[in-house]
Write a protein that binds this ligand. Structure first.
Ligand SMILES: *Cc1c(COP(=O)(O)O)cnc(C)c1O
Length: 371
């Protein structure tokens, strides 16, 4: 089935009660038991499961091509939960260029708790091999990367992780399963901040994990989800389910606009570099073509004249909102180094753009007048 169809049909909730086409929201924290102690719908208590949550877990797993899906209260809660499946003494290899919260979690929360980790440029497979130790349990990929849009060869990294007996996880937030399916490329787990494209309207914080198989790792994560309780509310689940229905169409339209914008800016004299994997000059273009069906709706630009010129540019834009985050219907622009703080490795003249659903020509005109 094509992803457009799967998005609608995997998210369709068959309401047994009233036949409602749009799903009801189940706010109940608890569910009635039969006199013999069994549960008629296998629902017990809403930290463990809830019909709205089950619906998105099923749908996200179907879209990613995995056996098991789990929804969390944020992308970071999903990341925490997979790291909590590990034990003190275990080692994680994480990509050099990732969402800044991932290494921050490893450093500030899990390092004191006994995990060790190595940050490695995963576009360099030799560097990856050298970073893997006997106790490496997890290799963490994010591609396209944040904020430099570097492309990692998922098939190659997953194969190296497996040779070493480690699991491979991919943060697929930016690509979404519409453009890239890490499980088909060899990963064991996919992570999402569903706050971004799945929600799609900048109005819900949530996250998800999808497991290729219902294996020991998935079962441990399921226990962490229900014991730890970092779960989304029924209304959050309802909003995500609504977002899923238009996910494929939004992501394709937004990616097509990003391609046009990247091409329009590529040779602009006020711009030092455009980072977008859809440009043939991008170092990861060929690998991106081999593992993605399109190149995504995120791009970064480096502006001539340093941080100040970059910040001033954002002040002249009329259609781009200056805000963090991504994946909504409105275009956003952000000076990443300001968000990431003084220890950032991000170039100071870099601006990250999340392309929304406005007409691409209007966005190009706006960027051109501001440049
Ligand atoms: C936003 C984001 C996260 C964190 O997700 P939250 O929902 O904000 O907790 C993780 N990875 C990537 C790539 C992101 O863009």
């Amino acid at each position: 089935m094509h992803p457009e169809t799967l998005a609608i049909h995997s998210s369709y909730y068959h309401d047994q009660n009233a036949g409602a086409v749009a799903p009801p929201i189940y706010l109940s924290t608890t569910f009635e038991r039969n006199a013999d102690g069994t549960f008629p719908h296998e629902l017990i208590y809403a930290r463990m499961n809830n019909p709205n949550r089950e619906a998105i877990e099923k749908s996200i797993a179907a879209l990613e091509g995995g056996q098991v899906g789990m929804a969390f209260s944020s992308g970071q809660a999903a990341a925490m939960s997979i790291l909590q499946t590990l034990r003190p003494g275990d080692h994680v290899v994480v990509a050099q260029d990732t969402y800044h919260g991932t290494p921050a979690l490893l450093e500030e929360v899990f390092h004191p708790w006994g995990l060790t980790y190595t940050r490695t440029d995963l576009t360099n497979l030799e560097a990856l091999r050298l970073s893997i130790h006997e106790n490496t349990r997890l290799v963490w990929v994010e591609t396209p990367s944040n904020p430099l849009l570097r492309i990692t060869d998922i098939r190659a990294v997953a194969a190296i992780a497996h040779e070493a007996g480690a699991y491979c996880i991919c943060d697929n937030t930016w690509a979404t399963p519409i453009l890239q399916k890490p499980i088909e490329l060899g990963c064991d787990v996919v992570m999402h901040s569903t706050t971004k494209y799945f929600g799609g309207h900048s109005d819900v914080i949530s996250g998800a994990l999808v497991f290729k198989e219902d294996n020991e790792l998935a079962q441990r994560a399921r226990r962490i989800q229900s014991l730890g309780g970092a779960v989304p509310s029924p209304f959050d689940c309802w909003l995500i389910l609504r977002g899923i229905k238009t996910l494929a169409t939004r992501v394709r339209a937004q990616s097509s606009s990003a391609q046009k914008i990247a091409e329009a800016l590529a040779n602009h004299p006020a711009i030092e570099a455009v980072h977008y994997p859809g440009l043939p000059s991008h170092p990861g273009h060929e690998i991106a073509k081999s593992q993605m069906t399109d190149f995504g709706a995120m791009l970064s630009i480096q502006v001539r004249g340093g941080a100040e010129a970059a910040l001033q540019l954002t002040g002249r834009l009329k259609l781009f909102t200056r805000a963090t985050s991504l994946g909504g219907v409105e275009s956003l622009i952000e000076h990443r180094a300001s968000v990431e703080g003084p220890n950032t490795a991000t170039p100071l003249n870099l601006l990250r753009l999340s392309i929304g659903l406005e007409h691409p020509d209007d966005l190009i005109d706006d960027l051109q007048q501001a440049l």
